[in-house]
Design a protein around this ligand. Structure first.
Ligand code: FE
Ligand code: FE
Ligand code: ZN
Length: 180
């Protein structure tokens, strides 16, 4: 990437990183849902997949808004391909390794939630930062789009917390005796 000169450049970078994150999450969520046993967990993951597809579209709109007032097009980025979010890549890999361990179904469900929430927290951090930059730069439309997604990530995180607390963690505590 060219030298980043200002907050606007850093925002562009953060958006590219989030775009890659959403792409990777769209790939990962169906695999996580498939490994889940608890039907409510399965449903939550599949619902967040639908939401994530919309979030990727929202980032397309953000990119267009940023391009429309671009000083210079990032042609180097276009030639050499885009950013890959290493953070998300690592979190997904770690989750896959965990899901591959030999464990009771309910324990695996708890592990899937742990892994999904690490991803949500990473996204919340990224979107929170990007939104703050947009706010600082007076990019109201961008700020609005990023806020919508940020709120969805918070909702996904909260519903996973509830699912763990009131259902999945209880099942996992019971272990093999509680086999469904
Ligand atoms: Fe997302
Ligand atoms: Fe990243
Ligand atoms: Zn998410």
């Amino acid at each position: 990437m060219d030298k980043m000169l200002d907050l606007r450049d850093l925002l562009q970078h953060e958006i590219d990183d989030l775009y890659s994150a959403e792409e990777q999450i769209i790939e990962a969520l169906p695999k996580m849902a498939e490994k889940a046993t608890n039907p409510a967990l399965r449903q939550a993951l599949n619902e967040h997949l639908q939401v994530t597809r919309l979030q990727k579209k929202r980032l397309d709109s953000v990119k267009k808004l940023l391009e429309s007032e671009n000083k210079e097009p990032g042609f180097l980025e276009k030639i050499f391909g885009s950013t890959k979010c290493k953070g998300t890549e690592g979190l997904i890999k770690e989750g896959e390794k965990m899901m591959g361990e030999n464990m009771e179904d309910a324990v695996r469900d708890a592990a899937i939630i742990a892994s999904a929430q690490k991803i949500e927290h990473y996204e919340i951090s990224g979107y929170g930062t990007a939104r703050a930059y947009a706010m600082q730069l007076g990019l109201a439309e961008v700020e609005e789009l990023l806020t919508a997604t940020l709120n969805e990530e918070y909702e996904a995180d909260d519903s996973l917390t509830a699912l763990a607390f009131f259902d999945v963690n209880l099942q996992a505590e019971g272990g093999a005796d509680d086999e469904r």
